[in-house]
Design a protein around this ligand. Structure first.
Ligand SMILES: Cc1ncc(C[n+]2csc(CCOP(=O)(O)OP(=O)(O)O)c2C)c(N)n1
Length: 950
């Protein structure tokens, strides 16, 4: 495709030629210009007639000998406007087109010539920015003859000659912009006007400048004090990007002005202690105490029962700040080392804050809270979760009304140079694909950095869209304080050593301009140092009085033993069922589906409540009890296996209707969304949501459980360990389709073994139900249990429709969730072998020919795998006095499934002399067979092994 981008010197005339040949071939804005006609242009801009003359002097539109007319003379004696001859028409339009190309080049490529690097590296520049390389050459004389108003620029000036330096200043200064990739015309026009008019770059008032200097002094003083006092301890200093703190101040202020009650921050290690101290307002003492080795931060204090805690630069915090627009809560999300993994969590948390869950669909108001994500320049382009998270931004189930992304760009990742770290020019380039505006700003120009925040947030406010600031600074020290940067980047390290800090530079500027005196500036620095010293001294006097550092093995506060009523009265279930099957007047349910749904009406009386119906009844009953629910996942509205159908689509007009959002007595919201095809960001998002909405049942469903390992970081680093590390609870529920049905190695296993390996200290719950009623009670228990824990459910595929797995109304109206289900038909006196299993394989066992008429074998089910139901398992085996053998039967290979995690539990439960045996697939590198016949054979072999006489 031929891209009209203004790069070539001959671009303008080429464009005109193109236009003369085929007007449709040029962009509409150019066409409009050409079509306005030279005569009209000349008529409205008489000075252009002179331009025509000049251009015609060499007959080619080139000015042969620069006539260097005095501008005044041109202005004084413009030739009388007259209709130019056609040749003149073309040369005039060519010059105007060249001028317009130049403007466009500044807007599009100005960033290439911007002075963004505080360390002074030369910008690459671009030929399209040089007026003399255009065709026709835009000499200074010609520039003076081209009126600015036909160029549609927003910088002040009468002619191109006036506006060009201003464009250069605007687009190639210490700030630079990438906006022309944005496909939305209105956004582009808004941005051009906002940038060129300078409305967000108003000069600061003297007292604002003084305040900024004070802030930079605090930022620097804090880092320097820590380094002096705790030589060699990791602090991941912010120095080189110090202005980030005043930028966050500005963002908070603006968020409050826009009505936000909360800002949720996500960030990694770099500068985090400074953010904790100066943004979240954590007292210096608490941070200094951490350095002194006394662990008192809240996560540890509130978790005296055996959490591991976490390093100081991962801990989250909450603070608040008074602003002229009111108080605002500031939340810094706890995060793991895994860079960028927190991004979706922050979005989910923010979304939860923005959602009113008392209405039926959940009312989302994005003005209530704002997310700010601080990224590393190496991590942003390289960690896939960034792209996954950016992709959530405009989706109705995930939007947070726009995130401010701040890339803390110190031009290095640990020891890796950008050339080895990304294939794009800028760290921020990924964001271009999401149509986001990008402001690059030199971190040593603090006033420009604040202006970048104002622009970005004005854009967010106007368009509810993300915006990116690429804050280009440097890293004054090594990656951390134990690292020597000169080993790997000797030249850069030497250059940085010569670089005065941003505070020093700004101080000089303010002193030179008389805004502060040198004495005042010195006093500021002394005052900051004194405050830190004083806090440190105060702290020392309290040593030993703090909470002792406890990190002992133990159980995290366990699941509550409270009686939870999960049964729901039959009358209520009937009423809910009727409502769930009702659609509005005139709504046409797909006729095939209507038949399936009709069966749900009969099921309450005749039995056969299947999985989908039991789930919907569980949800509906919770909603009328005031428990909000959020359910997301790939194709979740219908259900991957077409079993759910919570959202109906009118067969005539496609309109959607969700019965469960229309229950008369519901007092809580039901949110349901098909998710994008992402695991990590989507699961991370739901985790964040569930943390901020502890009262809600938040469930995420994998398409097949096999794909959940795409979200392994969210599982390992947040879901299973968040409580231990940060005291952070969640009742997030994972629905993971699991079961061996001959669909190959990637449609069989949700990797139960992994969850079991990660289970300890009652951090999570893991279940695998075999009946619809069990699932009903499990989900209700999960929502109602006062003790919040993540729940991992191995959900079925074939069982969704299996008759034997369906339930009767009585089982929902009376029972409860049973962690173990004994064999209902067994005669305990006769049983010599107990086959214990979990999940779908139960039906393979009881349906097998070998099982028929065998009374010495009992087949029981373990429905809750973790916490292991010790007493129920004990009772189970004790019921069979003649037991000789327990066979654990599973579909999964021996190195997978539950076997290795529960074997010791089974051994403990068994009386002396009872033999324990495994029946399942042998050790395997891949979970299951790729061939359906091989699968059937293997499945049959396992069942035979479990049931046959040996
Ligand atoms: C997913 C992941 N991979 C690797 C690391 C190890 N690591 C820690 S910091 C770092 C460099 C990060 O560079 P950048 O994103 O530019 O942030 P900076 O430290 O320079 O502020 C690396 C590779 C990590 N923490 N997370």
């Amino acid at each position: 495709m031929h891209e009209v981008d203004g790069l070539n010197a001959g671009f303008a005339s080429a464009l005109l030629e193109q236009y003369l040949e085929n007007p449709e071939a040029v962009p509409s804005e150019w066409r409009a210009l050409f079509e306005s006609g030279a005569s009209e242009l000349v008529a409205t801009h008489p000075g252009l007639a002179r331009l025509v003359e000049l251009l015609q002097e060499d007959g080619n539109g080139h000015v042969a000998t620069p006539p260097a007319p005095a501008p005044a003379a041109v202005a004084e004696a413009p030739p009388a406007p007259s209709a130019p001859a056609p040749a003149a028409d073309n040369t005039l339009l060519g010059a105007v087109a060249a001028a317009m190309a130049l403007v466009k080049a500044y807007r599009t490529h100005g960033h290439l010539a911007a002075r963004l690097d505080p360390l002074g590296s030369e910008p690459v520049g671009d030929p399209s920015l040089e007026p003399e390389r255009l065709e026709p050459k835009l000499t200074p004389e010609l520039q003076q003859l081209i009126p600015a108003d036909i160029l549609r620029v927003h910088v002040p000036g009468e002619t191109l000659a006036d506006v060009l330096p201003r464009l250069r200043e605007t687009y190639c200064g210490t700030s630079a912009y990438e906006i022309e990739h944005i496909s939305d015309h209105e956004q582009r026009v808004w941005l051009r006007s906002a940038i060129e008019s300078g409305r967000y770059r108003q000069p600061l008032m003297p007292d604002e400048r003084r305040r900024l200097l004070e802030r930079l002094t605090e930022v620097e003083g804090f880092e320097r004090y820590l380094r002096r006092a705790f030589l060699g301890q990791k602090q991941f200093s912010i120095e080189g990007l110090d202005v980030m703190i005043p930028m966050l101040d500005e963002a908070i202020q603006l968020a409050a002005e826009e009505g936000a009650h909360e800002v949720v921050f996500g960030m990694a290690h770099r500068g985090r202690l400074n953010v904790l101290a100066h943004v979240l307002g954590r007292p210096y003492e608490t941070i200094l105490r951490e350095f002194e080795g006394e662990r008192t931060l809240e996560a540890v204090v509130s978790d005296p029962e055996g959490g591991t805690g976490d390093v100081k630069y991962h801990l989250g915090a909450e603070g608040s700040r008074q602003t002229p627009s009111g108080d605002i809560t500031l939340t810094l999300a706890s995060n793991p080392s895994h860079l960028e993994a927190v991004d979706p969590v922050v979005e989910g948390r923010t979304r939860a804050e923005q959602t009113d869950r008392s209405s039926r669909t959940g009312y989302h108001d994005s003005s209530v809270a704002m997310p700010i994500q601080i990224h590393g320049d190496a991590a942003f382009p390289a960690q896939g979760v960034v792209a996954e998270t950016l992709n959530l931004a405009d989706l109705s189930g995930y939007s947070t009304g726009g995130t401010l992304h701040l890339i803390a760009n110190n031009q290095i990742g640990f020891t890796t140079d950008p050339a080895d770290g990304r294939s794009t020019r800028y760290s921020s380039d990924l964001a271009k694909g999401f149509d986001l505006p990008i402001v690059h700003v030199n971190a040593d120009d603090p006033e420009a950095a604040l202006a970048a925040v104002r622009l970005a947030l004005a854009f967010r406010r106007r368009f509810c869209t993300d915006a990116v600031i690429d804050l280009v600074g440097y890293r004054r020290h090594g990656h951390n304080e134990q690292d020597e940067a000169a080993y790997t980047q000797p030249l850069m390290a030497a250059r940085i050593e010569r670089q005065p800090s941003v505070r020093e530079q700004y101080e000089q500027e303010l002193v030179d301009e008389g805004v502060v005196s040198q004495e005042e500036a010195d006093a500021m620095a002394a005052e900051v140092d004194a405050r830190l010293k004083e806090a440190h001294e105060r702290l020392k006097t309290t040593f030993g009085q703090g909470v002792p550092a406890v990190a002992y093995e133990g159980r995290i506060p366990a699941s509550s033993r409270a009686e939870i009523v999960t049964a729901v009265g039959a009358d209520r279930l009937r009423a809910l069922n009727d409502e769930l099957l009702a659609v509005p007047e005139g709504f046409t349910v797909n006729p095939k589906l209507a038949k399936q749904l009709e069966r749900r009406r009969e099921a309450l009386d005749q039995g056969g409540i299947d999985w989908g119906q039991a789930e919907e009844l569980a949800f509906a009953s919770l909603l009328v009890e005031g428990i909000p629910i959020r359910l997301t996942g790939q194709d979740t509205e219908r259900g991957t296996f077409s079993h759910r159908h919570l959202v109906l689509h009118d067969a005539e007009n496609g309109q959607a209707y969700t019965p469960v959002q229309n229950l008369r007595e519901a007092t809580a919201s039901f949110e349901i969304h098909n998710s994008p095809l992402s695991e990590e960001a989507c699961l991370g998002f739901e985790y964040g949501y569930s943390v901020a909405a502890p009262e809600a049942l938040v469930a995420w469903e994998a398409q097949f459980g096999d794909f959940v390992n795409g979200a392994e970081v969210a599982i390992d680093q947040f879901i299973v360990s968040g409580l231990s590390k940060w005291g952070q609870t969640s009742r997030l529920t994972l629905l993971l389709p699991h079961g061996y049905e001959g669909n190959g190695p990637e449609h069989s296993s949700a990797r139960l073994e992994r969850f079991l390996q990660l289970a300890a200290q009652e951090n999570i719950r893991i279940a695998n139900c075999t009946t619809a009623a069990q699932y009903f009670h499990l989900m209700r228990r999960q929502a109602l249990d006062p003790s919040a824990r993540p729940l991992i459910v191995m959900t079925p595929k074939g069982l969704l429709r299996l008759k034997q797995a369906a339930s009767e109304l009585r089982e929902l109206a009376e029972g409860w969730f049973q962690p173990v289900i004994d064999d209902p038909a067994a005669d305990p006196a006769k049983v010599r072998r107990l086959v214990l299993c979990s999940g779908k394989v139960y039906y393979d066992l009881v349906g097998h020919e070998l099982r028929q008429d065998v009374d010495w074998i009992a087949v029981a089910r373990l429905e809750q795998l973790y916490p292991f139901p010790v007493s129920a398992a004990g009772q189970l085996v004790r019921r069979y006095p003649g037991l000789e053998e327990l066979v654990w039967a599973q579909e999964e290979p021996q190195n997978m499934g539950a076997w290795r995690a529960i074997r010791h539990r089974l051994e403990e439960a068994l009386p002396e002399g009872v033999h324990l045996r495994f029946a399942g697939r042998p050790w395997r590198a891949s979970p299951s067979e790729g061939y359906p016949t091989a699968h059937l054979k293997e499945q049959d072999r396992i069942v035979r092994e479990a049931l046959s006489r040996t």
